[in-house]
Design a binder for this molecule. Structure first.
Ligand code: GLN
Length: 447
């Protein structure tokens, strides 16, 4: 993987910080020594795992692909990184992302644009584009990403791999630099569903350092992943097959549903009547939380401080103006606006009400089905630069992914075909809260 990584990196630009060969070899030797001593080895002994640069790594630079954190070296590991290391995994570089995870193409990184391994003129999706591209491009076998509004599932779909967003609270957010705390979750990118089950087993579980981490036992996902779900009922929401969906994507997703029928599943029509409002609600809730979370980057507590002289307020605003890129600034302005007195009820509070209705739609749908299926994205990977001048067009790529985060439910994207031009297409599976085990089994049936 070190060799493959080095060869492909100049084209793909998956890594913010490429794996350090010496550090990787030292860790690999430590595992060999353990094996020789017949000491117990973890589930991921010797497996290289690339980590999105939004997750803190002790003693290793963590930038969120932002200028404001260019020189930030965390003094501790994120919970998920701790868990990987405890299972013997080798941290294999930090991956490029949209700055502070805001974006859907990885073009908002302050440093570089990651490319899609299937066609390097195209974007890999985002915001975890580096984590998706490095697995799809075989620079690493597995990686970690984060999903606030689709940032694992959307790049997994566009890069033709498996990506999972766990139930909110299933995986600890400790050491994940917050974007929108009520939506953020950490999850894996893998080549197949079995690897996804293994990664989930390693990272899921209670952690007292994240107050939203849920104390529920973690099922042995790898033990059951090969058991098909008998009498499977698949909910097909008409709202996921409407205007704006590329016909080639629709055809592939419908073909996958037919495959499931051949495997004995029943398709059930379900309705998610509030999903047309989910995108608008998401783009209020997420920026609102971001504007609050990003207040700590003020040039005093963390990160870049302006060289220009001035009083306290001028230092804050100059440091932030120099350190944050245009999309991050846009989100902060949007977020402070929707939270401001006089507008809060019209925007933020209204969006929270919509969020509740989106969740209710799913609760009702899961009364009559085991899983909701549809496309992950409305179209396949687009060309780099195609949407960079139009933030709204970019936001629309998240139309099928944001509901899952608003509702806090688990979601998975897996490959289900290709466009005529050879670009991967993703099938999205959404489950009831804490139904990861079932979701993985259902995904594995199709694979
Ligand atoms: N594309 C969405 C956004 O820009 C989702 C990002 C994410 O999931 N981190 O906010």
């Amino acid at each position: 993987f070190l060799a493959a990584s080095a060869v492909r990196e100049p084209k793909l630009k998956s890594f913010m910080l490429p794996p350090d060969p010496d550090a990787v070899r030292t860790q690999a030797k430590a595992i060999d020594a353990k094996r020789a001593a017949k000491a117990p080895l973890g589930k991921l002994a010797g497996v290289p795992v690339a980590v999105k640069d939004v997750l803190c790594t002790k003693g290793v630079r963590t930038t969120c692909s932002s200028k404001i954190l260019e020189h930030f070296v965390p003094p501790y590991d994120a919970h998920t990184v701790e868990r990987l290391k405890a299972e013997g995994a080798v941290v294999f570089g930090k991956t490029n992302m949209d700055e502070f995870a805001m974006g859907s193409s990885t073009e908002n990184s302050a440093y570089q644009v990651t490319r899609n391994p299937w066609d390097t003129d195209r974007i890999p999706g985002g915001s975890s584009g580096g984590s998706a591209a490095c697995v799809a491009g075989c620079q690493a076998p597995v990686s970690l990403g984060t999903d606030t509004g689709g940032s694992i599932r959307q790049p997994a779909a566009l890069c033709g791999i498996v990506g999972m967003k766990p139930t909110y609270g299933r995986v600890s957010r400790y050491g994940l630099i917050a974007f929108a705390s009520s939506l953020d979750q950490v999850g894996p990118f893998t080549h197949d569903v079995t690897d996804c089950a293994l990664m989930m087993e390693a990272i899921a579980g209670h952690d007292g350092r994240d107050s939203t981490s849920v104390n529920e036992p973690v099922p042995a996902y790898t033990k059951t992943v090969n058991d098909p779900v008998k009498g499977l009922r698949i909910g097909v929401p008409k709202e996921f097959f409407g205007q704006g969906l590329d016909p080639e994507i629709e055809a592939s997703v419908r073909a996958a549903l037919d495959e499931y029928k051949k495997l004995g599943a029943t398709l059930v029509d379900v309705s998610l009547p509030h999903s047309p409002y989910a995108l608008a609600a998401y783009y209020i809730v997420a920026p609102a939380e971001a504007s609050s979370n990003l207040a700590r980057f003020d040039g005093m507590h963390y990160g870049h401080r302006t060289a220009k002289k001035g009083d306290l307020i001028a230092t804050y605003s100059k440091s932030r103006g120099e350190g944050f890129g245009p999309e991050v600034q846009r989100r902060i302005i949007l977020g402070t606006y929707v939270l401001s007195s006089g507008y809060k009820d019209a925007y933020y509070v209204k969006a929270l009400k919509v969020r509740r209705l989106v969740k209710k739609d799913f609760d009702e749908a899961f009364a009559s089905c085991d899983v909701v299926m549809g496309p992950t994205t409305p179209s396949a990977a687009f060309k780099a630069g195609e949407k960079s001048d139009d933030p709204l067009a970019l936001y629309l790529s998240d139309v099928y992914t944001v509901s899952c985060n608003l509702a806090g439910i688990p979601g998975l994207s897996m490959p289900c075909g290709f466009t005529k031009t050879g670009l991967p297409i993703g099938l999205q599976l959404l489950g009831a809260p804490f139904a990861e085990e079932k979701l993985l089994r259902i995904a594995r049936m199709y694979e």
